[in-house]
Design a protein around this ligand. Structure first.
Ligand SMILES: Nc1ncnc2c1ncn2[C@@H]1O[C@H](COP(=O)(O)OP(=O)(O)OP(=O)(O)O)[C@@H](O)[C@H]1O
Length: 450
């Protein structure tokens, strides 16, 4: 039997007397009278297993027992329940949701000892898993997680950029971590003691963006009742992060260019230039070269901003990073949600997450896991908790040929779904002709209206 310590909450000493008569190899019992005593004990002496008697002798409320069980996640709890208590629906659901197992009173001691042995085994297994996960945990590169080759190359470039004190333009789809990277550059550069001021150029209304960036003097315009320091001035000594730079109106692009050239700023309504010293980091999810072609972005400003260009790859192209990120995010979110019973993901959920295209990238992954942590009722998060039922692949294949066929089929189906069942668009996305696409659909029995 696995070595273990067991805490027993038994106000009337029903079981403790019987248990203490037995000499049980490898198990130490600690008997206490209330949840408060148990909490006290567990803070000094970790126990793999906890037993609590749920009968009229219970001094504490069920809420107090619940908060103890939830707060002691390293202990597997077994309820010893009076038959009359088990008649109550709320007790039944509490026992089913919060406990490793239960026995009905009066207990059969031999059966209980077997359950304790199993619970000790599970507690040890969990502990060793948590330990090895901790040892192998990816600390992330300045809090940015990713083991894929593409992210390792990105990190090498990032390391070089940090202390260069030059303008940086970060490209990448929405949610890929552009702001996180900008914060990492600020936090690890010589400007880390200075401010980090972020402005989302796409989110500030057009009539306010000028005073937001450049500030204004009192009376500069109707409603300007007092002087306002703009974001550029506020970033003095630190970093100015301009997100969605492609949304900055053309007239303000000219003003920003002037600030970058002259390193001074003139508030609206003033003629007095104020010197400013800041590092600019801009981010965009649109192709600025294209915007230059369209005439919506100034080429001279582009060159000023993109002295160093960093491009964050979309999540779908970071090979193997999804399970790693999912684990990191799940740990963080479940730690803040004590009612979450889940310990991880089902293998199907991990498989589906690895093949899903993640149009919203890491932000979408965070949102889906957050939703799952709140909704999940089981011990493992499944595809439906993540809202990914529609992306479940077909049953596991047996041979390499089956595996290829199943992958081809899923790709065709996902591509059709992503393109609103439009075969021409789906074929274009996969880089094959319509004829080839139809042939493949035929081969894999996918109906045209799928
Ligand atoms: N590699 C990563 N490791 C850990 N967390 C990440 C990673 N990438 C992004 N995140 C997290 O994902 C969320 C979205 O990231 P962020 O806001 O930096 O994206 P963004 O590219 O700036 O998005 P947008 O283009 O919509 O402004 C944040 O909570 C961020 O901390």
């Amino acid at each position: 039997m696995t070595t273990g310590s067991v805490v027993l909450i038994d106000p009337q000493s029903y079981i403790s007397q019987q248990i203490q008569k037995l000499v049980i190899e490898n198990i130490n019992f600690f008997c206490v009278e209330s949840t408060a005593d148990a909490k006290n004990l567990l803070s000094r002496q970790p126990c793999s297993v906890g037993l609590v008697i749920l009968d009229p002798s219970l001094k504490d409320s069920l809420e107090e027992v619940e908060s103890l069980v939830v707060a002691t996640s390293k202990t597997e709890w077994i309820a010893l329940v009076a038959p009359a208590f088990m008649e109550m629906a709320h007790v039944r659901s509490f026992v089913a949701n919060a406990f490793y197992d239960y026995h009905t009173l009066p207990v059969d001691l031999q059966r209980l000892l077997m359950t304790i042995g199993h619970a000790c085994g599970i507690a040890h297994l969990r502990l060793s898993l948590a330990k090895s996960k901790k040892e192998n945990a990816d600390p992330g590169h300045f809090g940015i997680h990713g083991n894929s080759a593409i992210m390792q190359t990105f990190f090498q470039r990032l390391d070089k950029v940090i202390n260069a004190d030059l303008a940086v333009l970060i490209g990448g789809e929405t949610g890929t971590g552009k702001e996180l990277v900008a914060q990492a550059i600020h936090g690890h550069s010589r400007r880390s003691k200075g401010p980090f001021v972020a402005v989302n150029c796409g989110a500030v209304p057009q009539n306010l963006i000028q005073s937001e960036l450049f500030g204004h003097e009192r009376g500069a315009f109707t409603g300007a009742q007092q002087r306002k320091i703009g974001s550029i001035e506020a970033a003095n000594g630190g970093v100015l992060f301009l997100d969605e730079i492609g949304d900055l109106p053309l007239n303000l692009q000219a003003n920003l260019l002037r600030v970058l050239q002259e390193r001074t700023i003139t508030r609206l309504g003033s003629t007095q230039p104020v010197p400013v010293d800041f590092r600019i980091i801009a981010a965009t999810h649109v192709d600025l070269q294209q915007a230059i072609q369209n005439g919506s972005f100034r080429e001279d400003l582009y060159y000023r901003l993109s002295v160093i260009q960093l491009d964050l790859p979309p999540l779908r192209s970071r090979d193997g990073d999804v399970p790693l990120l999912a684990e990191v995010i799940f740990k963080r979110l479940s730690a803040n949600n004590p009612h979450c019973r889940a310990n991880g993901f089902t293998s199907q959920a991990l498989r589906v997450m690895s093949t899903y295209r993640w149009p919203g990238n890491v932000r979408e992954l965070i949102n889906r896991i957050h939703r799952a942590v709140i909704l999940c009722e089981g011990k493992l998060i499944g595809v439906s908790d993540l809202g990914l039922d529609a992306y479940v692949d077909i049953p596991e294949a047996k041979t390499l040929e089956d595996a290829r066929a199943s992958l081809d089929r899923s790709i065709l189906e996902i591509s059709l779904r992503n393109n609103g069942n439009n075969v021409s668009r789906a074929a274009r996305q996969l880089g094959v002709s319509r004829v080839t696409f139809y042939r493949m659909m035929n081969k894999h029995n996918i109906a045209a209206t799928h």
